[in-house]
Design a protein around this ligand. Sequence first.
Ligand SMILES: C[S@@+](CC[C@H](N)C(=O)[O-])C[C@H]1O[C@@H](n2cnc3c(N)ncnc32)[C@H](O)[C@@H]1O
Length: 318
Amino acid sequence: MGSSAHIRGRVRRAAGNLARSAPAQRVARRIVAASEPPSAPGSVDEGPGAPTADRAGALSDDRYTDEAPDIQATLDLFAGEWSTSVPTDTPTVSGPAPLADDPRVHWFIDVLGPIDGWSVLELGPLEGGHTAMLEAAGASVTAVEANHRAFLRCLLVKNLLDLRATFLFGEALGHMDNDIAAGTRHDAIVASGILYHLVDPVAAVTRMAALTDRIAIWTHVHDAETIARRRDLDGQFAEATTLTGAGRSYGGRVHLYADAPAASSFCGGGRPHSVWIDRDALLTLLADLGYDDVQVAFDEPDHQMGPALALTAVRSGI
Ligand SMILES: C[S@@+](CC[C@H](N)C(=O)[O-])C[C@H]1O[C@@H](n2cnc3c(N)ncnc32)[C@H](O)[C@@H]1O
């Protein structure tokens, strides 16, 4: 299915669809308009492309397919947006990153687990790759995603991989506030790739601490020395800042997205900036919140995108 002949076939079909798309759209609009009750004058957009009398031909435009169900065509609803290499039964083309077989998540599960039967809250699932891994290890996952197109890709992956997980469209801190108000607890929270996209990562970790005794994080962090010698990164940062939580102040640095959000595959935060917490401040915050067993791995001060680390944080008295 992913062969070059198959891909050439799809390109030819796509070109054919494009060639017939404008008249087909006119026909489709005409038929829809004809089936609707008359509406108030001026309420219908009968612009310059208004349909003509021709009702012949297929009712097919870019909202419809004439083809039988096909996994690749389903993935192609989000062509160019995928980050995850979606593990389908037959070979398909999606994104470049093997997020459904991610060593960081294997490590989380090894250190925290076994997680069989656990309730896990995942923040920022993107396309459900980590969700699938957590579920394969036996967890019941609720995953909260704020980007609406990423959320729809999560649903598509849930369908393709037959996941039980619940994906929620919404903002992670608001969801945690709701969980706190409802008295909900989780066996673990997984927050991979999200803290450095938030304007207040301290508020996020503080909420996690109200909901669970076990946290797994992968994040970029600010480290003044490293950033100062990384000229490629230095321009992405503005002023140093402090965030408060757990009765103390924690240092960080304002990070600017610049043009990145314009890319169709952008999977960051919803604001023009975020705050990267200082590496030491993150570890201090977790200690202040009662996590006395903190393990660090994938510690990459020279990560291409900026200093990064994975950690698990556990309150050992549980
Ligand atoms: C860099 S991706 C990380 C994806 C995946 N968890 C991983 O580690 O590879 C960040 C994800 O978090 C989502 N996100 C960013 N800010 C969020 C927020 N405030 N609430 C919920 N999701 C958010 C983004 O839309 C994106 O899907």
